[in-house]
Design a protein around this ligand. Sequence first.
Ligand SMILES: [Zn+2]
Length: 429
Amino acid sequence: MGTHLTAHEAVDTLRRFCLWVLARLDVTMLAETEGVYDIEVPKDWQIASTRTQRMRFTFDAAAAIGDGSIEVVAPRGRLPELLARQLAACGIVRHLHVRGQPASVHEIAGPMFAAYRVDGGGVSLAGCRLEDKAFLRWTTRQGEGDGASNGVVAGWLDSAGREPAADEIAAIGLESSEVTNSPPRVKPERLARWIDAVLAKVGGQAAAALSVDVIWCKYASGKLRFTIGDQACDLEFRGWAHTLKPPPIDCPLTREHTFHLSATSDGRIAAAERIGICAVSGRRMLDSELVRCRVTDQHVLPAYAGTCHVTGEPVLRDKLIECALCRQAAHPDSIKRGVCDVCRRMEAVTASDARLSRVLGEYPRLDFWRRWKLGEGTRSYVMIGARWLASLLIVIDRQTLEVSRLATGSRLQSQWTDVPETRRAEYLA
Ligand SMILES: [Zn+2]
């Protein structure tokens, strides 16, 4: 667990730690010249080997050359150990916090609100919590050091004693923390107990720590409420306060991820990108509730559109053209000289054709007719049968086999005469 620090990192860590402890313990700094520090050691520190109460030390080995009285501070040296002992005895912990993190809910709310657009409505906070979460940064001496590492190992632990992954450390911004003089209020005994418990989880290595810092990070969680008229929808958010990004809204009606909400004419809140306007009525509806007319390309409510019986596509009712033969509505492109594609492309079929045999099964009298031709639309069959000079036109629903047109004709003329309702049975029953 933990990572070896380079010699430079180790010395830098030591230097910052030692100087902070000295300042925190109010040790008098007598002088500091060219990287050599001169301190007056407090009497109660009881250093057996020191006659004088003064100590000179440096973190830069070169600065001590030629002067044996200057201690070069090393991880295994006297000073770090002495300071760690004093610190532990006083129960003092160095507190840091992540640089630049928001201090209040207000600082979070502003940028969050700005990320969303709500047509004819607004966004508000429906609850927000800022929690202080603690991490431990520990350093410890390990082995003799190999020159490159200087024998200092450092690691992170979260409040539960787990080591956060490198990308998590980066995401939280732990590396860019700074000493704070106003850490969250925690009773010293509680903090000490927690630190002991966390360190105990990683065993002796960290338990014999050279330094332990507590880094405080603010974690935000809450709910945004978007309101238009008397309708509202909520969006939960959570994350490290200083890296918190406004999440997209998962539109409850369309599942579209959006930062822009609007309302339909009947007051439902939805992603603005998924709301369209009916070209006939002007009503604002979900895209999925409108159909596109294949003639005008306009989006309209289904009530204003019919279906082309040739292609099955929606077409504005007043743009549909009725076929002169089958009398069914079709897209203008599917009509040539007044007759639809289905009627113009009828093909000869025999009794073995499943469609024809099904119709004949339903209406046995049709068996009287021969030389059947059949055209198939999206809803119906158009069929023409012949016998001698007479012919019969029948338009029949594909599903229900209900007859919508029945007409007789003659092979000598092109006109069809509708069979009155009252006489239909003569042909069909
Ligand atoms: Zn037709």
